[in-house]
Design a protein around this ligand. Structure first.
Ligand code: COA
Length: 148
């Protein structure tokens, strides 16, 4: 999981969860982000999170998400991302929603494409994780694009 993200440390230090949750709350209160918990329909258990990181000067936001490994492959990310895109366009009036994924993270690429995002480019060596450069695909959807 950490390998496919830029900000999740591995190994995961004690106390990092509290700091992660506090940071989401701080950023939401400051209007920098909107973040939703993703919970399991059957029992309400937390399985992940999805959020928008705003760049309001450009009427856009970056979409990010993670799902805990035990819940992978059950459609949670696919189900969670679509209403967040709709919220960004229809409630917030944003014009562009974009997202990046490591090229090898095909599951995330599928989530984006199934939500109607299109790949616009491939950015070589655009991020470093643990001293290793990574290639990212950039995907985006505009308010005027068709949505599934
Ligand atoms: C990427 C991630 C969010 C996908 O979440 P998920 O809830 O398992 O995804 P879904 O069940 O909605 O499946 C989405 C698609 O990915 C495919 N998929 C799921 N796991 C996969 C895997 N390990 N390898 C390849 N494809 C996979 C599914 O088959 C589905 O595609 P399909 O509809 O064509 O069959 C999850 O794996 C994750 O949190 N990974 C670590 C963090 C991360 O990568 N965050 C995103 C950063 S850009």
């Amino acid at each position: 999981m950490a390998r496919n993200t830029l900000s999740i440390p591995h190994p995961y230090p004690d106390g990092a969860t509290d700091e992660y949750i506090a940071r989401q709350a701080r950023d939401c209160a400051a209007g920098k982000r909107a973040v939703w918990a993703i919970s399991q329909r059957e029992d309400g258990a937390l399985v992940g999170a999805v959020g928008l990181h705003f760049a309001l000067a450009h009427q856009k936001a970056e979409v990010g998400y993670w799902i805990g490994a035990p819940a992978w492959g059950k459609g949670a990310a696919t189900e969670a991302v679509r209403p967040v895109l709709a919220f960004g366009f229809d409630e917030l009036g944003l014009y562009r929603l974009e997202a990046y994924h490591y090229v090898e993270n095909t599951a995330s690429g599928r989530v984006m494409r199934k939500a109607g995002m299109r790949q616009e480019g491939l950015l070589r060596g655009v991020v470093f994780r643990d001293g290793v450069p990574g290639d990212n695909a950039i995907c985006a959807i505009l308010r005027t694009d068709p949505r599934p």
